[in-house]
Ligand binder design. Structure first.
Ligand code: IVH
Length: 663
């Protein structure tokens, strides 16, 4: 049995590497899962073969509480920064002088903008992962790092030293960052300012399962050992790549100051196409012997230097600060700016997040503000140009009352957000909940978006989502702007929504702090609304992944008389109030023998769900388009390269709706 366990672990490690590092899976996710299940089963039946580095341990557990401080075997130094080509040239000259005229090579590579990590491997196995900390001591985050799929737990066979340390950067890819922030924005949770914060925040999370869900990545750039495979940095990186690490893919050997300058010029713009954030370039003397000769200053190596890209920023005049009440009642201050061009887009508005952040910036009326697109997506106000401040301008004050309904704002202890407590009388909260309820990923009621939700409320036809089910053809067509057709569309949407699975009903209710993922987990675990409504706080907290805050939110929501009445009306209207066997994607063989690539963004289901559906229906999901692809399940914003490839290979594109019909 030990042999089979070992064989499964080796195979799974190899497939993990193919998938997460090489981007070229050899087997379907379904086959991968089957192997994983077999291994899990064997490991639970034969606990004597337990291995903390088994691929089954990737999912994370919640065992670790608090991090141990550990001392780095070799201190983690930082790099000297430069901000112009001229300064890099000066460094190049210093290296030339330091090496007394000897020939030398430089490697150019990306400076990744994440959080640094040092990982130790012994006998080809990961033994410890430590954050940089203060350079001398860091946090032992091994359990969290083990959940990052592109980091090998056990190395590919090779010439690795018995013991070595490898350093790199833990990153949150742009795509994941966008997805997580979109979800957080929707749920009115604080956004991550940039992928760096998101990555370091995630790494310090005390719950490895949450880390596993955040889909971090890691790229490595420095190998340290008493017994290195090569005498130069470049070859050591290539060795690390063979052992299974993702190493800096853009690394290049450069021979002259001109080549260094060309490298800078090229990557200054090209880096925007990379899937992860970079904030500069790093140049290193390639030969390890020459590195040793050049040595270190107190803080950083003389043999390396960082060149930092200019963050794109601009200074523009504040027109006014608006205060906006959202669906959950949170009031957000927004800086409305004189339009300014930044990283290719016109910026007119930037969130000031909350009263604390606004106070720290100390914004006055008519101030000139610095706007930065560090994250390149969300513009951020980084400061005020005091030289341009008008002498008598007053500080902008946070409002004390809801800008819409005038109710005094309240603040929960320990929370930065001010809230309007008038849940059932404040227009944007009411119409926001109706709009949310009808959105595609919830009840998918075609025809009711923001404007219609407002119209229905203003005309007294709906003050809650439960009222929607009392709408009739007559009441709807009596509204201006409403023809018979639009009324029909809404009624059909309402009718169809009766089949929407329970987990989406839970999400549609707008329970504070319950995003799509939590709603799904709660629904799957609790199974019915009746049960959810009667559960005690302790019982709620016992649901996997539900912490005290979420439990309290559900508990309070389910005891509010208005919510209780709404839920009973929705139940009477025939909505799915429990999990049903066929709410889970029905299995079949409609996709038997088909290899399907998923690309773009979707509105009915998440990518994960589409993956599950493909497999449940006998198809194979593959990561990249090739001759073998049967079709591409194409959402919106499909990448141009993929589109081009489909065209040239004649691979058909299938839209989301067409796909759902196929099933
Ligand atoms: S080399 C002794 N290479 O930048 C030199 N560092 O200020 C070791 N970083 O803490 C670092 N990309 O987190 C190196 N390609 C790269 C890098 C890189 C990002 C970070 C690293 C380090 C900081 C140095």
């Amino acid at each position: 049995m030990e042999n089979r366990i070992k064989q499964l672990r080796d195979e799974l490690n190899r497939h993990n590497h193919n998938y997460y590092v090489l981007n070229s899976p050899e087997i379907s996710d379904k086959d991968f899962d089957l192997m994983m299940k077999e291994l899990e089963d064997l490991e639970s039946r034969f606990p004597e073969f337990y291995d903390p580095l088994s691929p089954t341990q990737r999912v994370g557990s919640d065992l670790s509480k608090g991090f141990m401080h550990v001392t780095h075997e070799r201190p983690m130094l930082s790099l000297a920064n430069t901000y112009s080509i001229g300064e890099v040239d000066e460094w190049f000259d210093r290296v030339r002088k330091g090496l007394e005229g000897e020939d030398f090579e430089i490697t150019g590579e990306m400076k990744y903008d994440g959080t640094s990590i040092s990982i130790t491997y012994e006998n080809g196995r990961l033994t410890r992962a430590v954050t940089r900390g203060d350079g001398t001591q860091g946090d032992d985050v091994t359990r969290n790092v083990m959940t990052i799929r592109s980091i090998p737990l056990v190395l590919q066979p090779g010439d690795w030293p018995q013991k070595f340390e490898i350093r790199g950067e833990i990153l949150m890819p742009w795509k994941v960052f966008d997805e997580i922030n979109r979800e957080r924005e929707y749920n009115e949770e604080p956004l991550f300012a940039n992928p760096r914060n998101a990555a370091s925040g995630t790494l310090k999370t005390q719950d490895p399962r949450e880390v596993a869900r955040r889909r971090l990545d890691a790229i490595f750039y420095y190998l340290l050992s008493d017994d290195l495979p090569a005498d130069n940095h470049f070859d050591n990186m290539m060795a690390a790549k063979r052992w299974g690490f993702k190493v800096t893919g853009e690394i290049k050997i450069l021979h002259s100051v001109d080549e260094v300058n060309d490298y800078i010029e090229f990557w200054d713009s090209e880096r925007k196409k990379l899937p992860v954030a970079t904030d500069g370039l790093v140049f290193k003397v390639n030969s390890l012997r020459q590195q040793l000769n050049l040595g270190y200053t107190a803080k950083s190596p003389r043999w390396a230097v960082a060149y930092k890209f200019n963050p794109e920023n601009a200074c523009t005049r504040l027109r006014f600060v608006s205060f906006e009440t959202g669906r959950m009642g949170i009031v957000t201050p927004v800086a409305n700016l004189e339009p300014v061009l930044l990283s290719g887009t016109v910026v007119k508005r930037a969130s000031l997040h909350n009263a604390d952040i606004m106070r720290e910036l100390d914004i006055h009326e008519n101030d000139w503000l610095y706007v930065e697109k560090g994250g390149e997506i969300i513009p951020k106000i980084t400061g005020v140009e005091l030289d341009k401040r008008l002498p008598d301008s007053k500080p902008v004050q946070f409002v004390s009352h809801c800008p819409v309904c005038g109710t005094p704002l309240v603040k929960q202890q320990g929370d930065a957000a001010w809230m309007c407590p008038n849940k059932y009388g404040c227009r944007p909260q009411i119409t926001g909940r109706i709009e949310h309820f009808c959105a595609r990923r919830m009840m998918n009621i075609d025809g009711i978006g923001e404007e219609t939700a407002e119209l229905l409320y203003d005309k007294g036809l709906a003050v809650s989502y439960a009222d929607l089910y009392d709408l009739t053809a007559d009441t709807l067509s009596a509204l201006d702007r409403f023809g018979e057709k639009s009324a029909e569309r809404i009624l059909k949407g309402l009718e169809d929504s009766r089949q929407v699975p329970f987990e989406r009903v839970v999400y549609a209710l707008s329970i504070p702090n319950i995003g799509e993922t939590t709603a799904k987990r709660v629904a799957k675990s609790v199974k019915s609304m009746a049960r959810l409504m009667e559960m005690s706080l302790e019982e709620l907290q016992a649901i996997p992944d539900v912490g005290p805050v979420v439990a309290q939110c559900i508990f309070d929501f389910m005891r509010d008389p208005i919510n209780i009445s709404n839920i009973s009306r929705l139940t009477a209207a025939g909505l799915q109030m429990q999990v049903s066997a066929d709410s889970i994607a029905s299995a079949g063989n409609a996709l038997e023998g088909k290899t399907i690539v998923i690309s773009g963004t979707f509105s009915h289901h998440s990518r994960e769900e589409y993956k599950e559906m493909i497999e449940a229906n006998g198809g194979k999901n593959s990561g990249s388009v090739s001759k073998k692809t049967s079709f591409v399940l194409a959402g919106e914003n499909m990448g141009p390269a993929k589109l081009e490839k489909c065209k040239s290979l004649g691979i058909p594109l299938v839209s989301e709706d067409e796909f759902l019909k196929m099933l």
